[in-house]
Write a protein that binds this ligand. Structure first.
Ligand SMILES: CC(C)(COP(=O)(O)OP(=O)(O)OC[C@H]1O[C@@H](n2cnc3c(N)ncnc32)[C@H](O)[C@@H]1OP(=O)(O)O)[C@@H](O)C(=O)NCCC(=O)NCCS
Length: 185
């Protein structure tokens, strides 16, 4: 599918290792940057394994890539989550009761990763990917996690209607994480 307002295509991952390696390179570069500071080499190994695992076991697995000709410069990854899933169980533990009651559902969508290449940022690619990944889902809501000091994604998500449901969730031992949610049409 071509984005109407952009000269980029957004397609599903073609399920080849070759394209997955290119996606992993984008991921590793982006999350080596502040405020994340992840180890690049480790990301290059772990990310493809995680994607293959998700593709096998998670419902509504979606890995969409933004391309233009041979260039691949953005992607979004998301899946369905529910009881028994690590991430859902973690949210079930850390969210307070009113937030859990309002937002945590037996089956819902989770946006796990969104990256746009530094050379293509601020041209609407992230917005287009986020819009597309939520189309036609069989769920009433979606959730995501974001570093509290990651300004770009927070502004992007807010501009798309996502709301902060927990600004300082203790999902990991490193630093508090901001949890955001959106109601799906
Ligand atoms: C977050 C990210 C995906 C945004 O991608 P993008 O293609 O640049 O985003 P868009 O061009 O679609 O921006 C849409 C809106 O988001 C907001 N936004 C995006 N980048 C911003 C920035 N650096 N500062 C402030 N607002 C920003 C703006 O409101 C923007 O609209 P505008 O350009 O009309 O003002 C990109 O910065 C990125 O890959 N960052 C590193 C990885 C990351 O942090 N991923 C998210 C993890 S939670």
């Amino acid at each position: 599918m071509a984005c109407d307002d952009l000269s980029v295509n957004i397609e599903h991952w073609d399920r080849t290792d070759d394209q997955l390696i290119r996606i992993a390179e984008l991921y590793a570069e982006a999350f080596a940057e502040p405020p994340y500071g992840d180890d690049r080499e480790r990301s290059l190994v772990e990310f493809p394994d995680r994607v293959r695992h998700y593709a096998e076991v998670k419902p509504e697995f979606r890995l969409l890539v933004a391309t233009e000709g041979q260039a691949l410069f953005g992607f979004v990854l998301g899946t369905g989550i529910g009881p028994g899933d690590w991430w859902w169980e973690r949210l079930n533990t850390v969210l307070d009761t009113p937030t859990r009651t309002e937002w945590l559902e037996p089956q819902q969508f989770s946006v796990a990763e969104l990256v746009v290449s530094p050379t293509r940022r601020r041209s609407g690619v992230g917005r287009a990917l986020m819009h597309r990944v939520l189309v036609g889902l069989p769920y009433d809501s979606a959730l995501l996690a974001c570093y509290p000091d990651a300004v770009a994604p927070q502004r992007l998500y807010s501009s798309l209607g996502w709301v902060v449901i927990d600004p300082h969730a203790r999902v990991s031992e490193t630093q508090p994480t901001q949890i955001m949610g959106i109601r799906l049409p």
